[in-house]
Design a protein. Structure first.
Length: 171
């Protein structure tokens, strides 16, 4: 995901936090809807593919620049392990920022080493792995925003989205 898209996500999270703080904020939904109209005449370019699945003759685009993709499943089902396999495939050519909010430094280190091992590397200039477990959601959002403003990333992994929201029951 490019930096601008990442910043847009952070901005949206901050707007949601502010809306929660000042409940019942009135919105002009019609004006918002008008901003969402898809043009019938403008050609929209397909986003760059960051990661493909090559299990068939025609590779399948899996992760695209500027898009949000989620991996969901039960706790300890292996979501992070599957993601690590995908990231190992892209770190040779794409800059990846992996933000871990749930495991703690030891387990985050194990995941990072797994990515590097699968990629056949000891270190990778294109991989930055951060352990954000010890911070509250507001601090995590501020750290993420600073990282997105500091340099561009091709792909951002947020391992533990629930840990950057204030109310997990809020859609």
């Amino acid at each position: 995901m490019e930096s601008n898209a990442g910043l847009a996500i952070i901005d949206e999270l901050q707007r949601e936090a502010e809306a929660l703080a000042s409940a019942n904020t009135p919105k002009d939904w019609l004006a918002i809807a008008k901003q969402c109209v898809v043009s019938q005449t403008e050609y929209i370019e397909k986003p760059d593919t960051i990661c493909y699945l090559n299990h068939t003759a025609e590779p399948h685009s899996l992760l695209t620049r500027g898009s949000i993709s989620t991996f969901t499943g039960k706790a300890k089902a292996g979501k992070s392990s599957v993601l690590a396999l995908l990231i190992a495939d892209v770190i040779s050519s794409k800059k990846v920022l992996w933000l871990d909010t749930e495991q703690g430094e030891y387990y985050a280190s194990r995941t990072q080493h797994y990515v590097l091992t699968v990629a056949g590397l000891k270190t990778a200039e294109n991989l930055r792995f951060l352990d954000l477990r010890s911070f509250n959601p507001t601090a995590r959002i501020n750290i993420i925003e600073a990282l997105l403003n500091h340099e561009p990333w091709d792909l951002i992994v947020l391992d533990g989205l629930r840990d950057v929201v204030f109310d997990i029951n809020s859609s």
